[in-house]
Design a protein around this ligand. Structure first.
Ligand SMILES: *Cc1c(COP(=O)(O)O)cnc(C)c1O
Length: 387
């Protein structure tokens, strides 16, 4: 049996598509100890430096002392802990929706919510560059799935017209991201909202990489562009800028009540530990505070510093350097590592074949000197590659 896997792995290696786990011996921070080397970390989605924040750690430690580590069972079986109730109240208030539901992860939120919201008589229109969790959720739903080219409004419109011709009773769910995870660019939300209104479709917006980064108090792109009421399903994660772990769906109370009854990843999985909910709650409180807003502005100052070095105009904390071929991308990542920087090489199947890239993520916790020296190193590596 193991020979099958040996052959499969060999095929991956031959295409520079093999992946390996790398042991990290330090906490998440701007410097990480990887494979025994100290590297400046440009790989983490901990955009605000909250993963190791004393306020969050204290909230978690206090909750562990009081409630222990395990939640015991799923929330419909052993009861909903007050840490989860408080977190969901805070999330709904922060996002300005009637209600919120938290999940074990953003992935679990997507694969739980989408099949609960649409079924086999319905239609999903999904952006080509959507995250795997959204694709998997769409497939699990058994709805008819149509993919539109990335941010292509003309194609989205013609698909909506096709939906109306095909079946006037089908529910139509448009799924996209506010900030795309591997390109860092944004969705044209104003135009998508207009289309969804004209065609009476619903909109699910995954704000995983916008939360904490975009919009007043980091409430995301829908809040920044004042479209929150038009976004029917507001999805996000507690694992990135919020620095903890878990996912959420925010929206109208009846929809949340329906998810409690139908989202399988919520119903059939043990509730996240109360301590994680307490830490996430502390993160939401922090973001809602003037100090949180100050931290978010510091993140943008850092993004602008790197942008100035590289002469690019990022729309988020994600700055991709698209190289194309897989081998060249791995080589560039290795060169940066030799210079002391941890920047991940992103390859198929995370991105399309031939669009491999280095993905730099900026944090509010980076020092200006770290950003400038990364910029200089990237320019050196790029020049060497061109020779
Ligand atoms: C990371 C990510 C998720 C999944 O969130 P987790 O909490 O890490 O499971 C979902 N959607 C997008 C766009 C993401 O980048």
């Amino acid at each position: 049996m193991s020979d099958i896997y040996a052959r499969q792995l060999e095929a991956l290696r031959a295409h520079s598509l093999d992946r390996h786990l790398r042991e990290v011996r330090s906490s998440q921070g701007t410097v990480v100890d990887i494979d025994g080397k100290h590297l400046i970390n440009f790989a983490s989605n901990d955009y605000l430096g909250l993963a190791n924040d004393p306020r969050l750690c204290e909230a978690a430690t206090k909750a562990i002392a009081e409630f222990g580590v395990g939640a015991g069972a799923s929330r419909l079986i052993s009861g909903t802990h007050s840490s989860h109730v408080r977190l969901e109240t805070a999330l709904a208030k922060w996002k300005g929706t009637e209600a919120a539901l938290s999940f074990d992860s953003g992935y679990a939120a997507a694969v739980g919510a989408i099949p609960a919201l649409v079924g086999k008589n319905d239609i999903i229109l999904l952006d080509k560059l959507c995250h795997a969790s959204l694709i998997d959720g769409a497939r699990l739903s058994a709805a008819t799935l149509r993919v539109f080219p990335h941010n292509h409004l003309g194609k989205l419109k013609s698909l909506l017209e096709w939906c109306c011709r095909k079946n006037s009773t089908a529910r139509i769910l448009i799924i996209t991201e506010s900030v795309f995870s591997m390109g860092g660019d944004r969705a044209p939300l104003r135009e998508i909202v207009e289309l969804k209104k004209n065609f009476r479709a619903q909109l699910l917006l995954d704000e995983a990489h916008a939360i904490g980064v975009v919009g007043p108090n980091g409430r995301g792109l829908a809040a920044e562009e004042s479209f929150s009421p038009e976004v029917d399903v507001q999805m996000g994660t507690l694992s990135k800028a919020l620095g903890v772990s878990g996912g959420y769906i925010c929206g109208p109370r009846n929809m949340i009540e329906w998810l409690i009854n139908r989202a399988r990843s919520f119903i059939f999985s043990t509730a996240p530990p109360p301590a994680l909910a307490a830490a996430a709650n502390a993160a939401v409180d922090f973001l809602s505070s003037p100090e949180g807003e100050k931290r978010r502005r510091l993140l943008w100052r850092n993004i602008d510093t790197l942008a100035e070095e590289l002469q690019v105009r990022p729309a988020s904390a994600i700055v991709p350097w698209i190289i194309g071929d897989e081998q060249g991308t791995l080589a560039a990542a290795r060169s940066l590592q030799v210079e002391g920087f941890f920047v991940p090489a992103i390859r198929y199947p995370t991105v399309a074949k031939g669009s491999a890239r280095l993905r730099v993520t900026v944090s509010a916790a980076h020092e200006e000197a770290e950003l400038r020296s990364l910029g200089a190193a990237i320019k050196r590596v790029a020049k060497k590659k061109l020779r």
